[in-house]
Design a protein around this ligand. Structure first.
Ligand code: GLY
Length: 400
């Protein structure tokens, strides 16, 4: 071999070697996410197959038993929503078939006027279905559902009423209700019905005014006089105490105000989202792995159950917030830490356990001693949504 050819090969080998070093450095951070999607694929396809005969959506797995969500359960949209996100991530047509089946189980929800949860129930299921397939029948369901939800808005109060059946309150509004606004905003754009957008703005503005405390944490429930709209009570239903910070409530608020900024570009919503993010990220009881206890003020921290659902919602919201604010790298970094930790076997189920749900260690309603340290369909949903958002920001896609 001549000297020239030898040195040519040396250069080529060096190039291949260095490219490999760099490319393995660049691809390594994404291996965990590829694996997480692979594993989620097995969990959810098994779940879709096994639970089909019930003709209901699975909600949780508690005391060795599967609990289902019928069309009067606020969580009935999350399992189909997870199937839609898996379809988006993997392009596996089996997910589309299953997502359609489980979405359409919720058909009756569109006519319900006795709950504020129509956003969760319809937007996560039919909303994602419409986004990914363009099916106009789904659009019709969403429009009918938004009209049903609109009936719960009283102009004098300026907010959407959350619950009907709690005798101790007149016109209760819970922080979770911020999550229904995305649904109304979408339908407002779809139909040109500006009233729906105005309702969202009024609800968000009053929520800032009445739900938030000076330290930027929030109450769970604010009860209003149903005639005058005056605030009557500020309390909790699912948190440790009226003045404590229920972890999922803080996450709902962060997500809701980030979304309101996306939809209106009004800087006051961005400012509110950033204040909430600062509260969550700097709170002294937030554990190192960034998966919060069920309430930031739970009395026996660190011997308290975690809430993986609050972590997943927070991560999804922080990814979105990170795309609007460039001088706060901690938003993206924290969301990535949450996602990585939820993808570890500390939180991620092993095959066949956990009722075929993806994540372990969520808390539904601690004061009612219900759904403590269990899987929850909404933890899985927001975890997958956070993965979708992470991959979009990083411009990476799933490869089988
Ligand atoms: N929306 C009820 C909950 O977060 O538990």
């Amino acid at each position: 071999m001549s000297y020239k050819i030898k040195s040519y090969f040396t250069v080529v080998i060096m190039l291949v070697f260095t490219t490999n070093i760099f490319s393995s450095k660049n691809t390594k951070p994404d291996e965990w996410v590829q694996k997480a999607i692979d594993r989620a694929e097995y969990r959810l396809l098994d779940a879709a197959k096994i639970y089909k005969s019930s003709k209901l959506n699975p909600r949780t797995f508690e005391n060795g038993k599967i609990i289902y969500a019928g069309s009067n359960d606020w969580t009935c949209g999350f399992f189909p929503g997870s199937l839609w996100y898996m379809f988006e991530l993997t392009k596996n047509e089996k997910f589309k078939t299953e997502a359609e089946y489980y979405t359409e189980l919720n058909d009756a929800v569109q006519f319900r006027k006795n709950t504020h949860d129509l956003g969760f129930m319809l937007y996560c299921s039919y909303g994602n279905g419409l986004r990914l397939t363009g099916d106009t029948a789904y659009k019709k369901v969403l429009i009918t559902g938004a009209k049903s939800l609109e009936t719960r808005f009283k102009p004098k109060v300026g907010l959407i009423k959350s619950w009907d059946s709690r005798k101790q309150w007149q016109y209760p509004v819970i922080i979770d209700n911020m999550m229904n606004l995305e649904f109304l905003m979408e339908v407002s754009k779809m139909t040109g019905d500006k009233k729906l957008k105005d309702i969202c703005i009024s609800h968000a503005d009053k929520t800032i005014k009445n739900h938030y405390r000076a330290d930027n944490s929030c109450f769970h429930v604010v009860d209003y006089d149903s005639i005058t709209g005056v605030v009557l009570h500020k309390q909790t239903a699912q948190g440790f105490a009226d003045n404590s910070s229920w972890a999922r409530g803080q996450a709902w608020g962060l997500y809701g105000f980030t979304m309101m900024y996306r939809e209106t570009k009004n800087p006051k919503y961005l400012e509110q989202a950033q204040k909430i993010a600062a509260y969550i990220l700097n709170y002294p009881t937030l554990p190192k792995d960034k998966i919060p206890f069920w309430d930031y003020n739970a009395p026996n921290i660190p011997n308290e159950p975690r809430d993986a659902s609050a972590a997943a919602i927070t991560a999804s919201a922080l990814f979105e917030l990170s795309s609007y604010v460039k001088n706060h790298p901690e938003y993206f970094k924290t969301a990535e830490i949450i996602l990585k930790n939820l993808s570890s076997y500390e939180y991620f189920s092993t095959k066949g356990e956990n009722g075929f749900f993806i994540l372990k260690h969520s808390t539904g309603n601690y004061p009612k001693k219900s759904e403590i340290d269990v899987p929850l369909n909404y933890a899985d949903y927001y975890y997958l949504e956070a993965i979708v958002r992470y991959m979009k920001i990083k411009k990476i896609s799933y490869k089988k």
